[in-house]
Write a protein that binds this ligand. Structure first.
Ligand code: ZN
Ligand code: FE
Length: 254
């Protein structure tokens, strides 16, 4: 069993502290800053064994060196991106496995937002830490990768079971929801979903984790091959890569 503690930090980042309940092994996913991580560990009387980095951006690796110095934890990241992950100790690639105590995760290369972006998939626990690749109702901007790379990365995530919990690194859901609704304004189910999100956010309740099943139904960036949807939003006769590219460009300007 894996206990996941969700720490909202900075404007809209989520840092996750994960604790393997059998062995009390701990890992921190994408520590943007150290304060709330240290506080939570001290509250629980725990040390930090690992840092898991999804990618090199500062709002994901900002506290790597400080936490490593304090706890002597090992830092895990993508081999492809190892020159940009501060303090990296263990370099992983697509298909590798890594164990946090008795909880095992599989590494997916989900490049597109950056080159060498990885995700950590815990199959038994039905959850994935996907950084800035997939967001609730959105996806990461293409800073380094191509539309084709991002489509391939999103397909890896989309192929997981519907009840997979998506632990992404940002609370961007409300803005993403408004964009999704602007594309498909007469979609009744989407309207209800947006209403739900508005209520949650007005009460400062996180919309993350979300379930992959919902994302398959509502996330515009997972519907690049859904012909009915593309027709409704005025995009026809395009391949997956082209329709994804156009939806991404529209969101960049939204
Ligand atoms: Zn990023
Ligand atoms: Fe980020």
């Amino acid at each position: 069993m894996l206990n996941v503690k969700q720490l909202p930090v900075l404007n809209d980042n989520y840092v996750y502290l994960i604790i393997d309940e059998i062995t009390q092994t701990t890992a921190c996913v994408d520590p943007a800053i150290s304060g709330p991580v240290i506080e939570t560990l001290e509250d629980e009387n725990l040390s930090l064994d690992f840092i898991l980095n999804t990618h090199h951006h500062l709002d994901h690796v900002g506290a790597n060196l400080e936490l490593k110095k304090k706890y002597g934890c090992k830092i895990i990241g993508s081999e492809r991106d190892s020159s940009r992950i501060p303090g990296i100790d263990i370099k992983l690639n697509e298909g590798d496995f890594f164990e946090i105590g008795e909880s095992k995760c599989k590494i997916f290369d989900v490049s597109g937002h950056t080159e060498g972006h990885i995700a950590f998939y815990f199959k038994k626990e039905n959850l994935i830490f996907c950084g800035d690749t997939l967001f609730s109702l959105g996806c990461g901007r293409l800073f380094e990768g191509t539309p084709l790379q991002m489509v391939q990365s999103l397909l890896k995530i989309r192929s997981l079971p519907d009840n997979t919990k998506i632990y992404c690194a940002h609370e961007y859901t409300l803005n993403n929801a408004n964009f999704a609704l602007s594309l498909d304004p007469s979609n009744k189910k989407l309207k209800e979903k947006v209403q739900e999100i508005k209520i949650k956010r007005s009460r400062n309740v996180p919309t993350i984790p979300c379930f992959l099943g919902d994302e398959k139904n509502f996330n515009p960036f997972l519907m690049f091959d859904n012909r009915d949807y593309l027709k409704r939003i005025g995009l026809e006769n395009l391949n997956n890569e082209e329709s994804f590219k156009i939806i991404r460009e529209m969101k960049d300007k939204f």
